[in-house]
Design a protein around this ligand. Structure first.
Ligand code: ADP
Length: 175
């Protein structure tokens, strides 16, 4: 069984210098926006939006990979989360984001990846449900990983961190 660490921290997804790939909670056109996408694009510089033009559009649940440009990370993995209750089934589409992002990172031989709480901002996903879906999807994907060794969940607020920590604590161990 591979040894994969799953950790949760409070922080800014655009400031994770020790991580190979950070995950963007993207919009379908992969353009700079508010929240996570805004923070990532402003730290990455205009080259990221330029590269993203040929990768867009993407569908809810999908993940695509780009370079990191001016970020300290070699790659950005862009996921389009579901708009809660609009893109359905929202739980399956959110789980797809985590699974597809992990598989992409693994296929590219990356050893670490950091996720924000996809869909929990303007897309309206309740944080406690999102945390449960995220943790379950990650735990399910872990046994298939051969390259990824560190999965970091980066939460913007202390409250969100508490919710994700509780989900991590209650999910079945065994990894
Ligand atoms: P979505 O459109 O998928 O809902 P958002 O970017 O609006 O994505 O928000 C997703 C989550 O990320 C929210 O919980 C928000 O508070 C959080 N967030 C916003 N900016 C950052 C950041 N710089 N780093 C980490 N998390 C962030």
């Amino acid at each position: 069984m591979t040894q994969v660490s799953i950790e949760s921290v409070r922080g800014n997804i655009a400031n994770q210098p020790d991580i190979d790939a950070i995950v963007n909670a993207a919009n379908a056109r992969l353009m700079p926006g508010s929240g996570v996408a805004g923070a990532i694009h402003s730290a990455a510089g205009p080259g990221l939006a330029q590269e993203c033009r040929r990768l867009a559009p993407i569908e809810p649940g999908q993940a695509v990979i780009s370079g990191g440009h001016d970020l300290p990370n070699s790659h950005v993995i862009h996921c389009l989360g579901p708009v809660y209750g609009v893109d359905t089934p929202s739980d399956e589409l959110l789980a797809d984001c985590y699974r597809n992002a992990l598989e992409l990172a693994d296929r590219h031989g990356l050893s670490s990846i950091a996720f924000p709480a996809i869909s929990t901002g303007v897309f309206g996903y309740p944080i406690d449900e999102a945390a449960r879906v995220a943790v379950n999807a990650i735990r399910k994907a872990v046994p298939g990983l051969t390259s990824v060794r560190l999965i970091r969940l980066v939460l913007f607020s202390e409250d969100d961190l508490r919710v994700f920590r509780a989900a991590l604590a209650s999910a079945s161990p065994g990894t």
